[in-house]
Design a protein. Structure first.
Length: 690
């Protein structure tokens, strides 16, 4: 950032000395960190390389300078510095915590030096970064003095008039304000101690930046700030007496001064989710001035200042729990002499499960380790993800499978012809991308299924054929598809040819035509088949009357080949597209799907009269493969004049036989009698109708 102001080499050396002084006096760093700061101008001017530094000054100094160099490379990606993600990326890129401390000290020094610069644009940019990035980092690390200086200097440069207005008002009242705080504290301290409560009380005036933030938030002038003065009562007592003594102190203060009940904050009874405990009350002190009073114990103060729920956390500076604990540990290191010695061995391991990557315009996104270019594309937008063909990482073209690394600048490449594929689910890491891919695949399948269905319908029309849903269901089952959606997907993917479907449809339709005698359309209520045209050998209905519960004129009927109903079976009718009716058994395997999808085309049906026609049924027989068992089965059928055996097909294996018997008979009662007789044959284990 110093390069924006055109500092000379000698000026850079002078600034390095000043930064080193801040590091040593304000932070307490020594040794390699100070040496690294002095070498920064040499690296920037090209007088030394990182490798030469390692040879001459050691690996620790080289590591610090390498971390500073990596962060400078991040800045070249034009990041959006206001984001929490960039702050976290900065920490993960530093490798060595001393890098961050040097950057904070360097920014404090730079903010001090640019007061009179003529490069206003650069001054604004540096000040914004100080406010959004470096002040929160200093706050997280417990460097409160440097944090306040960064905030106040940022306000001074960014909002000049506001800064000087508040400063003048504070300066004008400094003596009286200090005297006021002292006069407020003295009687309170006396009364609290007189009550037997051991404590000490701090008083302060809030910073210019803090006052300005309150003025903006409360939309009021300087005089309207309630808690311009802040008093902290810190009680020293055992943990089992904390609440009692805090409320006792609260009672003493509110007895002395009128409280504002709207400004009571009780984080004593119910601590904040981050663990912060304290009582806050704003009271109207002498001269009608509002004073904020915070009441807490030494333990609570220690937790608020140094524990997981550190002061910066309770102030509302956001951060992740893991980061909070880690930074608290670093802050404690800084506050103890031994900790500074341990800093040499300290390395970042905080973000081993996360990567942070940039968009071309500097936006920063966080992903889990293992995320790919395709994850990034779906994070941007579903459409971009669906059309992603690859990407450019740091200017190099890569595939959708390329893993993301922290600091990468990623640009997505797309094509209107690209479509999501099922294998993409194994490429992406994030659940967000997986759910978007599944949704896109489902939508694509629906669209392709509709397209395939329309294409098949056009093929039928070209052949001047009408589709019948019942027959089509039969075709789909015969082709081996359990779901209609799978059938149309196969058509869309080219796995199944439309001509094959039509040929199978014709084959099944032609075979079904033989079921109903002359197939002439007639009234269902008058339906009666001519017995004289048929014989048992051709297996067609004769004089059965089929009664339907509606007066449907001009309809023919057929017995469905999917379930082969016979007289006596519980049945229903299904109205086909061409106006005919297919008769199905109630337990037909296609019945549930027909009722679910085409319930409005289902009609009730029942047999009427006496069954005199012969129907073809198939029986599945399983038993022991004993000598003569086939003869025993066939003899039962041949002895009955009203039964005709059409075919028999039996296989034997490992002492068992199984086979199908195709028999012609009149109705279900004859069928039940036959099954009972067959089951009596020695060795037969099972007889079922197919």
């Amino acid at each position: 950032m110093a390069d924006l102001f055109g500092f000379t080499y000698s000026e850079k050396q002078q600034m390095a000395d000043q930064t080193a002084q801040i590091l040593e006096e304000e932070i307490g760093l020594k040794g390699d960190a100070i040496q690294a700061v002095h070498l920064i101008p040499e690296i920037e001017e090209g007088h030394l390389s990182i490798g030469q530094v390692e040879e001459q000054y050691g690996a620790q100094v080289a590591r610090i300078l390498h971390g500073l160099n990596r962060i400078q490379q991040l800045y070249q990606k034009n990041p959006v510095i206001e984001s929490e993600n960039f702050r976290n990326l900065l920490l993960s890129f530093a490798e060595d915590m001393r890098v961050i401390l040097i950057m904070i000290a360097d920014r404090v020094n730079l903010m001090r030096q640019i007061r009179d610069t003529k490069n206003v644009e650069a001054k604004m940019e540096v000040s914004q970064e100080a406010a959004y990035l470096y002040a929160p980092l200093a706050h997280k690390l417990g460097l409160y003095k440097l944090k306040s200086e960064l905030e106040d200097l940022s306000l001074k440069y960014l909002e000049h008039d506001a800064y000087y207005m508040i400063r003048e008002k504070l300066n004008a009242t400094k003596e009286s304000r200090d005297a006021y705080i002292a006069s407020f504290i003295k009687p309170v301290e006396e009364k609290v101690k007189a009550a037997g409560i051991k404590c000490h009380i701090k008083g302060r005036t809030k910073s210019i930046h803090s006052i300005w933030q309150k003025m903006k938030k409360q939309k009021c002038g300087f005089e309207g700030i309630y808690d311009l003065f802040a008093i902290r009562i810190i009680i020293d007592c055992p943990e089992d007496k904390e609440k009692m003594q805090c409320w006792q102190a609260y009672s003493i203060v509110t007895d002395m001064y009128q409280p504002n009940p709207k400004r009571l904050r009780d984080w004593l009874s119910v601590p904040k989710s981050n663990g912060y405990e304290s009582l806050h009350i704003t009271v109207l002190g002498p001269e009608q001035k509002w004073v904020e009073v915070q009441i807490r114990t030494e333990r609570m103060d220690e937790i608020a200042e140094r524990g997981v729920a550190a002061h910066w956390r309770y102030k509302g500076v956001k951060g992740e729990t893991g980061l909070d604990e880690w930074l608290t540990g670093i802050r404690n290191m800084l506050e103890h002499a031994d900790g500074l010695d341990a800093m040499d061995q300290f390395k970042m391991d905080l973000y081993e499960d996360e990567v942070f990557v940039f968009t071309p315009r500097g936006d920063l996104f966080k992903f889990p380790v293992g995320a790919t270019v395709l994850d990034f594309a779906y994070h941007i937008h579903s459409k971009i993800g669906n059309q992603c063909t690859g990407g450019r990482i740091n200017g190099h073209v890569v595939s959708i499978r390329q893993l993301l690394k922290s600091g990468d600048q990623v640009e997505i490449l797309t094509s209107a012809n690209q479509k999501p594929r099922r294998e993409w689910l194994s490429i992406v890491k994030t659940s967000r991308a997986k759910s978007k891919i599944r949704l896109a695949l489902k939508e694509t399948q629906v669209k392709e299924g509709l397209f395939a269905k329309e294409m098949l319908e056009r093929k039928f029309k070209n052949r001047k054929m009408e589709q019948d849903e019942g027959t089509m269901f039969h075709v789909i089952k015969k082709l081996g598809y359990k779901e209609v959606s799978d059938f149309y997907k196969a058509l869309a993917d080219g796995v199944l040819d439309a001509n094959t479907v039509i040929e199978k449809y014709i084959e099944i339709r032609e075979s079904e035509k033989t079921v109903t005698g002359d197939n002439q359309a007639r009234s269902a209520s008058e339906f009666e088949l001519d017995n004289s045209k048929f014989s048992p050998q051709n297996a067609t209905p004769s004089d059965d009357t089929l009664v339907i519960d509606r007066n449907l004129k001009g309809l023919d009927y057929q017995l469905a080949r999917c379930c082969y109903p016979i007289y006596g079976d519980p049945i229903f009718g299904f109205v086909t597209i061409n106006g005919g009716i297919k008769i199905h058994r109630q337990d037909c395997p296609n019945a549930p799907e027909l009722r679910r999808r085409y319930g409005y085309r289902i009609v009730k049906a029942r047999w009427s009269g006496k069954g005199a026609s012969q129907y073809s049924i198939t029986l599945r027989v399983i038993g022991n493969d004993d000598i003569g068992i086939v003869n025993n089965l066939t003899s039962i059928i041949s002895k009955d004049e009203r039964l005709v055996l059409r075919s028999i097909n039996i296989d034997s294996h490992d002492g068992l036989f199984s086979g199908n018997l195709v028999v012609m008979l009149e109705d279900t009662s004859r069928l039940e009698q036959l099954i009972k007789k067959l089951r009596t044959v020695k060795g037969v284990k099972q007889v079922d109708r197919i």
